[in-house]
Design a protein around this ligand. Structure first.
Ligand SMILES: [Zn+2]
Length: 370
């Protein structure tokens, strides 16, 4: 399977041990996807519904936790209609299961038994769950401030947890040191197969809207895996002549740490050093100071004519509570998209369709009302 480095353009045959290009860039799958409405496996209610869209090497399912095919539900919020994509209704309670289900099948097929991942919680829980399902050993490196509920979930699946003090970046460094000893880095940030699995969300929305696309999609952005899944998924539909344009992508970040918003709005050509804030945001899943695929995220925002929204910290928990009062229980990281809606409604025409992605279950969060 050929991959191309999104930083320097080098192309090579993908191997899990070469998890990044020698220039430090992340890989992307190179082959074009062949998509048609007739190749959807309509009796399959998971990401495997789109099995025939995947390159042939990735079509084999050894095991599954049933990720994908989540509801798209209309909801009235602030007197405007919004379609909520309920990606928190997944095997481990987060959107990351889409990519993980595909990546872990590929790892199993390659005969991998030992994996490691760094994560603020959700990716770690997802890797740990799939490792349990496949009988693999997983080591998860988390920042010290990861919520106790996420840690409990990771440990219960049987993974080994390493809590790394200091900034989120320290956990990334620790996992890279660990993978030099024969363990495979099962990274949601770097792995190109993970990113392909994330594209299924775009195909689902297209199918759920009777093979149409929304005008806008609203997404929380940390590493940007969800955003790039939407972007690449819709781009594949465009390349296959199945839609005529891309939906506008709206990236949401907490004001306390919004490097993608800064980079996009200020037109960064190179990444500027960003420090983690002294007091972190309650949107803990978005605590990323340098997203691995930041250039790709810039392309997604530019090509889709999208924009960024920075959410004030004091609006995040009220947004979580407001959603809960409508019956949707998501974590604060996920609630930023609702906190962003008032700013979005000022910019977006009233009759336009908006999909907001709800990414993580409230059962994972340790925040409370008091
Ligand atoms: Zn490269």
């Amino acid at each position: 399977m050929q991959v191309v480095c999104e930083r320097c353009g080098k192309s090579e045959n993908f191997m899990f041990s070469n998890w990044q290009c020698e220039c430090g860039g992340a890989w992307l799958l190179q082959s074009a996807l062949h998509i048609s409405t007739t190749s959807i496996e309509t009796d399959e209610n998971s990401i495997w519904r789109y099995r025939e869209f995947f390159p042939v090497e990735l079509q084999q399912r050894q095991n599954s936790l049933g990720a994908g095919f989540t509801p798209l539900l209309p909801c009235s919020i602030f007197d405007r209609n919004v379609l909520l994509k309920l990606d928190y209704l997944m095997p481990t309670g987060s959107f990351k299961d889409r990519g993980m289900e595909l990546m872990m099948n590929a790892l199993a097929l390659a005969g991998v038994h030992q994996i490691a991942e760094d994560s603020s919680g959700n990716a770690g829980a997802s890797v740990a769950a799939y490792a349990a399902r496949f009988g693999m050993q997983a080591s998860i490196f988390t920042p010290a401030l990861t919520s106790s509920t996420k840690l409990a979930q990771i440990e219960l699946y049987g993974a080994q947890v390493h809590q790394i003090p200091g900034a989120r970046q320290n956990a990334s460094q620790a996992v890279m040191d660990a993978v030099q000893n024969g363990t495979v880095y099962a990274s949601h940030a770097y792995n190109p197969i993970y990113l392909l699995g994330q594209q299924t969300v775009a195909w689902e929305i297209w199918e759920q809207l009777a093979f149409h696309i929304p005008d806008w999609v609203v997404l929380p952005v940390g590493q940007g895996g969800n955003l790039l899944g939407y972007y690449e998924g819709f781009r594949a539909l465009l390349q296959n002549g199945l839609i005529e344009r891309l939906p506008g992508i709206i990236a949401v970040q907490p004001q306390r740490l919004a490097p993608i918003c800064d980079a996009y709005e200020q037109g960064w050509k190179e990444w500027m050093p960003v420090s983690a804030p002294q007091i972190g945001s309650v949107a803990e899943g978005l605590a990323i100071t340098k997203p691995v695929r930041w250039r790709h995220i810039m392309d997604a925002l530019t090509q889709s004519h999208g924009f960024c929204v920075q959410v004030p910290e004091e609006q995040i928990l009220p947004a979580q509570w407001q959603l809960a009062k409508l019956g949707f229980y998501v974590e604060p990281t996920s609630a930023v998209v609702i906190a962003a809606l008032s700013q979005i409604f000022d910019k977006v025409e009233k009759e336009q369709t908006i999909v907001a992605s709800l990414t993580g279950s409230g059962l994972k969060s340790s925040t409370t009302l008091h």
